[in-house]
Design a protein around this ligand. Structure first.
Ligand code: DC
Length: 255
């Protein structure tokens, strides 16, 4: 255990002296992308951008304006017209030290992870104009490097030149169980089956949409975390970062 801690520390100490990079974390729903991305950002003193939260906030805006519902298709033209009324920003919460998303100056973090938003978000995030607006914002926020972004299209579309790309996956039952525990800890109870169906449906919608579908970038490293602890995942990625840096460009192309 002690040895493991030292190893992480060693890799990290070597890394912080180096130039800042962009880290793209893509993958299926509820694979622990944000947990890993947050831990990485904290360890490296990088900014963390939860791009899923941005699509969720637009979805919340659309539901509040009655432009979409669980059984109501998205009023695409109206939503596009109203998109310039959607102002998003992240702000560090002084109590939790997490980065919360603000929609038009309201902290909407408590509302965007509801089952209703989760069931609708893939339809809203499939709209080209919504994506264009979010991608422009993400590029703006990440332009200084030293940033970890998690999402579905970061390595393929938002930052195709990111120095490190991860593609995360995990067994569906493991994912459903994790999401179930997360909801339960907030006092929200849904059956495992309902959660699993939502995950699978969202994956299908994300994979099959026309605009920037969820797909592994050719140069992304696959990380299946079904049987890995948070610490093991973090250690794996820190090692990757160190390896990447300490190889010359020539060596990297043969790696
Ligand atoms: O990561 P998440 O589950 O909070 O994301 C919510 C939804 O947003 C997800 O179902 C697909 C969409 N999304 C996307 O299309 N592109 C991204 N970069 C991030 C999320």
């Amino acid at each position: 255990m002690r040895c493991k801690k030292w190893r992480i520390h060693f890799v990290f100490t070597k890394f912080i002296t180096l130039q800042k990079i962009t880290i793209a974390v893509d993958g299926y729903s509820s694979c622990g992308k944000s947990t890993l991305a947050k831990a990485l950002a904290q360890k490296l003193h990088y900014n963390y951008i939860d791009t899923g939260a941005m699509y969720r906030a637009v979805t919340l805006f659309a539901t509040r304006h009655n432009l979409v519902g669980l059984h109501k298709p998205v009023e695409v033209d109206l939503l596009i017209l109203k998109l310039d009324q959607v102002n998003l920003r992240f702000e560090i919460n002084p109590h939790t030290h997490h980065s919360d998303i603000f929609l038009n100056d309201e902290n909407v973090e408590p509302y965007i992870r509801s089952m209703e938003v989760s069931n609708i978000v893939s339809r809203v995030s499939a709209i080209k104009e919504v994506r264009e607006k979010m991608v422009a914002l993400q590029r703006q926020m990440g332009k200084g490097k030293g940033v970890v972004l998690d999402g579905r299209d970061i390595g393929t579309h938002v930052f195709p030149k990111a120095e490190l790309k991860l593609f995360m996956t995990a067994d569906t039952d493991v994912r459903a169980r994790r999401r179930h525990d997360e909801y339960s800890s907030k006092g929200q109870y849904f059956s495992l089956e309902e959660i699993k169906l939502n995950l699978l449906k969202r994956d299908q919608e994300d994979i099959n949409r026309k605009e920037s579908p969820l797909i592994k970038a050719d140069d992304a490293v696959v990380l299946d975390n079904s049987e890995l602890t948070r610490e093991e995942q973090l250690e794996f990625v820190l090692k990757l970062i160190a390896d990447l840096h300490f190889l010359s460009k020539e060596e990297q192309s043969h790696h």
